[in-house]
Design a protein around this ligand. Sequence first.
Ligand code: NAD
Ligand code: MG
Length: 385
Amino acid sequence: QKLLSIQKLAILGSTGSIGTQALDIVRQHPDKFEIVALTAHSNWELLAEQVNEFQPRYTVISDEEHVEVLSDTVSDTEVLSGSTELADIASLDEVDTVLNALVGFAGFESTLSAINAGKKVALANKESLVVGGALIKNALQQSGAQLLPVDSEHSAMFQCLTGENRKDIEKIIITASGGPFRELNRSEMQEVTVEQALDHPNWNMGAKITIDSATMMNKGLEIIEAHWLFDLPVKQIEPVIHPQSIIHSMITFVDGSSKAQLGLPDMKVPIIYALSYPERWTLDTPRMDWKEAQNLTFEPVDYEKFPCVKLAMDSITEGPYAPAVLNAANEVAVDRFLKREIGYIDIPKIVEKSLANIQSKDSLNVETLKEIDKETRSYAESLTK
Ligand code: NAD
Ligand code: MG
């Protein structure tokens, strides 16, 4: 007989695409969770609704402008604000599990803080591993914390690796939908609009990752994420276009056998797996009908059309700061594209120029990482003027 245990959960970024889906899972399994903390950047209205429903002890709204109105709207919760508070929430004694569903470099310190405090960390914020993979691995080894991937490809890899030895991996095949512009030629890409880029064929996600999927920078970031999660050189991680997004990734082992994880594209599956592991819990979402004819197709990545993939893959060997530079430049470029200040094809150009402009630092630590992030942002911004 199993003991009924309740996970005390902090959801960072609870108002986002991943955060709201995680709360749906909590609604489906109310006996398995106690919500200790919820956080958001500026959407205080939705945060207030969530706080009233789930009654967390702590609430963080990072945009200080909304602290007052939020405090006036909610009760029986401690309302906090600021980036230090956001990182501190992740290390609270009352918390067992941290779901990091923040977007961008803003999520890095919370990941590190949760790991240093020995938490179970369900990580959606891939940028954490991209910018500070080496620091995070170090912290994991010292604290004994558990890092579980939420990204669908990495959850697939993780599920394929259950019962296997990491040393038996020959290759990871990371699948990519190819996004909305897979079939455009280079001149058509010059005309791409924000609306077209935001219209992803298979997934409904936050704006930043949707643009990253359109440029395929997302796949580049995910290759770096897999490199740190599974301890594998980038040359053993092969991206493959699979437009139907049914196979979420595959592992080929040293004996030539491959394992894959399949299902309809639905982020709730990897989210619940990160929370339930090593168990599986019921999830009330649509299932594949395997009797229905369905073509699963595959093709290579066109690196000329999607230069971001290569820029990301190469950054890993370009020095300890290069992925952080890549990430910061990309965040700026995506933000400017969403504001219609630059074009779609300017995104890889800004990233490439920023990588060429790296000023290296003596040693890799949180402070120097923050400096690099800040310096790159101002350099990348100067390129958008
Ligand atoms: P989103 O934009 O929908 O939500 C982001 C959340 O973080 C919101 O709650 C927002 O309030 C908060 N936030 C944003 N900026 C912040 C800041 N500067 N400081 C503090 N909080 C901030 O994003 P999302 O699509 O849910 O993605 C979250 C993370 O999960 C990203 O790293 C993304 O790459 C990853 N991911 C998302 C999906 C998906 O389907 N959405 C799939 C795989 C991985
Ligand atoms: Mg993914």
